[in-house]
Ligand binder design. Sequence first.
Ligand code: DAH
Length: 346
Amino acid sequence: MDLAQLTRDLEALVEETRAALAAAPDTAAVEALEVEVLGKKGRLTIVLRGIGQLPAEERPLVGAVANRVRGAIEGEIGARRTELGAAELESRLRAETTDVTTPGRPIRRGSLHPSIEAMAEIARIFGQFGFVVYESPEIEDDEHNFQMLNIPPDHPARDLWDTLYVDVPGHLLRTHTSPGQIHVMRTVKPPIRALLPGRCFRYEAIDASHGTEFFQVEGLMVDEGTTLGDLRGLLDEFAHAMFGAGKKTRFRPGYYPFTEPSVAFDVECLVCGGPGCPACKRTGWMTILGAGMVHPVVLRHGGLDPERYQGFAFGMGPERISMLRHRIHDLRLFLENDLRFLGQFR
Ligand code: DAH
């Protein structure tokens, strides 16, 4: 290795680098080239290792040449990088233009499920009469769901509630919200004005008016001197608030083991208003709930003295109320969660 050779090698490296830079398609290729030539294990570094073999007096000379070469290469790399970088920025800006006239994506607004909407409205109306909302368990025992409600084992009235049992003996999914009456009577002192909304479960064949899962809202009022007339007046107020002022209502005799007497509460047909139509099966009336005076046996199970306290109770299905209000013909819509259906309620 002599000085002339080293100088030639360095000049060749400058030439090669210049050609490679001219051919580099983008800034990434320039980066790679920079590493390849100037990097720690780069070609310039390797050439300069030859300096050690030169006589001492020649080394400063080569050092000066080497510095010039390094400076030249750095300059060329920098210039090419700037050039390519500007072109890349230009094309990116062109590709990223925003069309401010493009219509925005519509925001999907959530809405209340119609069962929930109906329950909120029921709670709002009864809230004006001082009724307070309570919760009671979805998994109940046989005592609360049946026995304390005056329905002993093997009582024929059990056929009214086809029951889903859980694998804990004596326990079941509540078939109605009425067991909540017992829980409230045992925890709240009269006067009681309680509303118990909640999910109920029955072993039913599913059709347009029966589901295995549905909601109920239970009402319970207990005080001294409570009468069937109080119940009638309250339910009238409710029907008028829910379905419209002046709607005709009526009591019909009914049967529930936990009330005596028991009634069905009807409102005039919301479709035909009286004369009869297919919606009301030509009766002119629609049943909206079951109710009655709390049976003395039930009051006693609730820890209350039936000689001193009387009460009334009622139970209604918010889905049914919603169906009547919105003219919905199939209960299954409430369970299918089809957004085209659900989106109609606010
Ligand atoms: N629990 C009854 C049912 O599921 C509805 C009911 C009727 C509730 C009369 C009551 C009532 O509180 O007094 O069919």
